[in-house]
Design a protein around this ligand. Sequence first.
Ligand code: ZN
Ligand code: ZN
Length: 447
Amino acid sequence: MNTPVSASAPRWYRGNLHTHTFWSDGRAFPEEAISWYKERGYHFLGLSDHNIFQNDPDRWIDSTNRERYFGEYLKKFPEAVVRDAARPEAAPPAAGESPVPRQARLSTFAELAARFDEPERFLLVPTVEATRTVRYAGGRVHQVHMNYANLPALLPCLAAQDFDRTAQDIAIEDFVAAHIAETEALARSLGRHALFMLNHPIWFWYDISPRVVAALPQLRFFEVCNNGSPIPCAEALPADGFDTDRFWDVANAFRARRGMPLLYGVGADDTHVYRGEPHDGMLMPFNAWTLVRAASLDADSLIAAMERGDFAACEGLEPDDIAFDRASGTLSVSVAAKPGAARLVRFIVSKRDFSETPVRTIAIRPPSRADRPDQERTVEIYDDARIGAVAKTVQGAPGEALRASYTLAPDDLYVRARIEEPGSQPLCSAALHPRCHVAWTQPYARI
Ligand SMILES: [Zn+2]
Ligand SMILES: [Zn+2]
């Protein structure tokens, strides 16, 4: 990553690559989701519906139990294609519901891109959330969710509707690796460049440990902030300081020691609801995003910048500048002034001599649900003085801009910066969401 210096320097673009709509379990029509993000000033957006790419021109949804959504949608987008639906005799209208249910046709990716894309202003990026399941002996079920972007098609495994595996069939790292391989093969066949990321890795329906990620050099991105991964893990996570930041540092300590590329962290909303229902403000838009410094607003430029690590994950706070000088190993960050707000920067490192033996292992047993019978999992806790340690803290003054830097020590494997606004109200209150506004830089190594 180089510091931009010329007048034609790359610029920052704000985006979210994890959003759901009525194409899967999101609660908005795609035009609504896109227009809200675009009106908010986002430059790029991925509608990452579960196991589907939005290319079927004959996909309809029914207004039954969605009267409110239909009403608001048709008011804002009166040109929407709607038809009457036959109501099954077994389903009489509920109170307040129209006696004649309607159906609305879902707009395709191509139609949506043609309608909303604008050069240098807004880009819809084709995105899919591969939503997969691994079943263990004894009934445990773990989901693995992975987004791939910039490929307007389904992976063969998703097109075949082959969603499940058993742990006897395949180890989790091999399962993820198979998806990366399919993504790369599909990208080659389409002549495109894809971005692949592991979503919400310590969501409790998962079995992704940092060690899994440390075995996958081809995995470059994960969600460091997923709008809280708010599924009811508050009782169980974070535990013993294990949270998404710790996950990241453990993964990167192992990866750096093995000479693997460092894992980069993405911010995303995982938007499912847009009007506050039913998650009390969680999984709403505009809570976590990715800020990318790219040459232009096109998918190849955005992905190339992200592969260079020239981006930040953001929750209510954006860096002004991030620069890493590989020769000296110096990471510099700055953040603009905000009236009354005092920011601080933590520079976080892992040390070359960290121990690969956990200091302890803890068992977590989140409350059971009928459809998730046994969620027990174990979390390995590593020495936090050698992995993910705060090497330097720089405190800014209220209302003033802040610039801070840190130079790698000989025994540091990498450094990353976490810019915080202490005392600020985070944009969502989920267990794994930060407790104040944060911007995360990527980790950088001297290599
Ligand atoms: Zn997911
Ligand atoms: Zn999702």
